[in-house]
Design a protein around this ligand. Structure first.
Ligand SMILES: [Zn+2]
Ligand SMILES: [Zn+2]
Length: 65
C-alpha cells in the first residue's frame, strides 16, 4: 500500500505536477485547487472531505526503516 500520486485532476483533467496544490479525499480521488473550491471541498465521487495533498519530501527518519 502507498499513496498513489495522481498527476491530473479527475474533474477537469488538468495536469497536476508535484509542485501544484492538489486536493484528495480519503479514497485518493484527486482534484486541482480550482475544482476543489468549486465543489466546496467535498469529493463528488464519494462525498468525502477533500484535503490538501501533502507534497512529497525527503525520507522521514522516524517512519522509514
Ligand atoms: Zn480540476
Ligand atoms: Zn472521493
Amino acid at each position: 500500500m502507498g499513496l498513489e500520486m495522481r498527476k491530473s485532476c479527475e474533474a477537469c483533467e488538468i495536469n497536476i505536477s508535484i509542485e501544484t496544490n492538489a486536493y484528495i479525499c480519503t479514497h485518493e480521488c484527486t482534484f486541482c485547487e480550482t475544482c476543489t473550491e468549486n465543489m466546496n471541498y467535498i469529493c463528488p465521487n464519494c462525498g468525502g472531505e477533500l484535503v490538501r495533498r501533502p507534497k512529497p519530501s525527503g525520507t522521514c527518519p522516524i517512519t522509514s526503516k
